[in-house]
Design a protein around this ligand. Structure first.
Ligand code: PGA
Length: 250
């Protein structure tokens, strides 16, 4: 099925208030390409200001706690993020799986909490280099989806992002057939879990997407958009990827 492409940026731990000019420029880029959906996951410190300055752009968070409130020092609930102006959150990004030891069960609970508070979710999955070398990439991704995907993930609130961990921030990407293979596996798994209700779940590719490779990656069957780290930090680098997403719209 051909869906509107979603081009989502992830600023990670980058961006001071001065970067709000760049957010505004990205909002202008998004407005200039209405055939694609554009979203930006920002550091929590920027969400409220960015949402106020660029109300037309889907601003989101990069993580969320599974509880609505309580004794969880340093954490943010979905309700807090929503109130600040976030419309969505990432969950299960590989840097959190790696740095914070998040499990598929943790990620499932975060997705459920986000949904409960009205945030859309981009759920990230992807194998490590060791898992790929051992021929286990497809099985790892299947398990991450099976254990992380909420039962009511139908509808457009849930998006998956396939991000091979070894491709993130490295300038290395899988080959086109390798991306196509895992996206087909992910699509089949979502269909098996959700049946007829799976149609609206978009599956993004992430990991070293740039203006130079976006066209061919976004043309792959079952690639419904991109999750972009480094190349989303400036409108100048992000714009060609947004344009590539808009160009594939039918
Ligand atoms: P990258 O990051 O585009 O810098 O590789 C992608 C991501 O981590 O979402």
């Amino acid at each position: 099925m051909t869906m509107r492409k979603l081009i989502a940026g992830n600023w990670k731990m980058n961006g001071m208030l001065a970067a709000l000019d760049e957010v505004a420029a990205i909002a202008e880029t998004a407005a200039a390409h209405p055939a694609a959906d554009v979203a930006l996951a920002l550091p929590a410190t920027l969400i409220a200001a960015a949402a106020a300055r660029s109300p037309g752009l889907a601003i989101g968070a990069q993580d969320v706690h599974a509880r609505d409130s309580g004794a969880h020092t340093g954490c943010l609930s979905a309700a807090m993020l929503r109130e600040a102006g976030a419309r969505f959150t990432l969950v299960g990004h590989s840097e959190r799986r790696g740095d914070q030891g998040e499990t598929n069960q943790d990620i499932w609970a975060k997705a459920v909490a986000a949904r409960r508070c009205g945030l859309s979710v981009i759920l990230c999955v992807g194998e490590t280099a060791e898992e790929r070398d051992a021929g286990r990439a497809a099985r790892v991704v299947q398990a991450q989806i099976e254990q992380g995907l909420p039962d009511d993930a139908e509808g457009d609130w849930l998006t998956l992002a396939y991000e091979p961990r070894w491709a993130i921030g490295t300038g290395r990407t899988p080959s086109i057939p390798e991306i196509a293979e895992i996206h087909a596996v992910a699509r089949a798994k979502v269909r098996a879990l959700l049946g007829d209700r799976s149609g609206a779940v978009r599956i993004l590719y992430g990991g070293s997407v740039t203006g130079a490779n976006a066209d061919e990656i976004l043309a792959i069957a079952d690639v419904d958009g991109a999750l972009v780290g480094g190349a989303s930090l400036t409108a100048a680098k992000f714009a060609p990827i947004v344009a590539a997403g808009a160009a594939t719209a039918v």
